[in-house]
Write a protein that binds this ligand. Structure first.
Ligand code: UFG
Length: 328
């Protein structure tokens, strides 16, 4: 019988793509999601168990039912701006929820844990390329909550032998080329889907958050990685744990940074449409530049991004944008 993997947040953007990749790799992904930001329609590749991370009894029952060989933990609140206004939500859901999940994992005797972290844990580093050894000084509550969970995993490894792979994502974009699943947030806060909304008239204009940053064109720079490449790394991370290679942290980015204005230019070229935009003030919590300087995932996991060019990411997002959506 195929091995089960418990995927928290499997009804969300990245989690649903991970479920597809796991299924293709021969695992059965079991989605555990409270649907606070996810979509039941996105659960297509394995069983669905609706539940909250803070509901320990429900988690214990799900572990007992499926006896997963590993956990992939995606479920989290992930909006930088919101985290600045409502930090308590982030500490309760992300940190409290993860503590409940990690304790349930250990209690069930499962020892392999793949965790979705973020480059937002690094904070501002004055134009350096970020590798895994850079000190973590998050400047928003979202990044602080993820860093706290990374620390938690280390403590649970010392005490209980919980082996973990931590992935620090840069900016995830694009979607399944077959458009079975895609990026669909309500409310939407991410640059590329908001821009596609502006392009086809679903919103009036994109607002550029800040044009006075210390970058060549004054707008923030990010390292965009295709969601399908990102989830491929997770399957490699799972195999890494199954091969007993020990706990490890990997950045997932391409090492190429693009400014907001450059993303607008590429979107215009890919869609062959005008991008209505206006210039606005900075958004609290935004770092100037977040670009990966690491080749560790390539060297150690054998990870090779295949779809992470800006044009492919925008084209895949555009295809989903025109054809795909979920209903509650
Ligand atoms: N931006 C705009 N206008 C918008 C939305 C975004 O100018 O309407 C800008 C932002 O200021 C930023 C860039 O576009 O410079 C990307 O913003 P996103 O909101 O798409 O992504 P973030 O960089 O804020 O955050 C994302 C994820 C986080 C993750 C982070 C790591 O949402 O979970 O990437 O960089 F931590």
């Amino acid at each position: 019988m195929a091995d089960h993997v418990l995927v928290t947040g499997g009804a969300g953007y990245i989690g649903s793509h991970a479920c597809k990749a796991l299924r293709q790799a021969g695992y059965v992904p079991v989605t555990y999601d409270n649907l606070c930001t996810g979509w039941e329609d996105a659960v297509k590749f394995g069983p669905f168990e609706r539940g909250d991370l803070l509901d320990r009894a429900r988690l214990d029952a799900v572990f007992a039912k499926y006896q997963p060989v590993a956990v992939m933990h995606f479920a989290a609140l992930s909006q930088v701006g919101e985290s600045m206004k409502e930090p308590g939500k982030y500490w309760l859901n992300n940190v409290g929820g993860s503590l409940s999940l990690i304790e349930a994992t250990v209690a069930a005797g499962c020892r392999n844990f793949v965790f979705s972290s973020t480059c937002a844990t690094y904070g501002e580093h004055d134009n350096v390329l970020l590798d895994e050894s850079v000190e973590q000084h998050p400047i928003n509550a979202y990044g602080s909550s993820k860093r706290a969970i990374e620390d938690m995993l280390k403590d649970f490894e010392s005490a209980f032998g919980l082996r973990h792979v931590i992935f620090r994502y840069f900016n995830v974009a694009g979607g399944d080329p077959e458009a079975e699943v895609g990026e669909f947030h309500r409310p939407e806060t991410h640059l590329i889907p908001l821009m596609l909304d502006a392009i086809d008239g679903k919103r009036e204009a994109l607002t550029i958050f800040g044009t006075d940053y210390d970058t060549p064109d004054g707008t923030c720079i990010r390292d965009y990685v295709h969601v399908c490449d990102l989830v491929d790394a997770h399957v490699l991370g799972l195999k890494w744990l199954e091969d007993d290679k020990g706990s490890r942290v990997f950045n997932l980015g391409t090492g190429s940074g693009f400014s907001v204005r450059e993303v607008i230019d590429h979107s215009r070229a890919v869609t062959n449409r005008d991008v209505p935009y206006e210039e606005g003030p900075r958004r609290p919590g935004d770092c100037t530049k977040l670009v990966s300087g690491s080749t560790r995932a390539g060297k150690e996991l054998g990870w090779t991004p295949k779809r992470s060019t800006l044009d492919i990411m925008i084209a895949d997002a555009w295809r989903w944008h025109q054809n795909g959506h979920y209903d509650k």
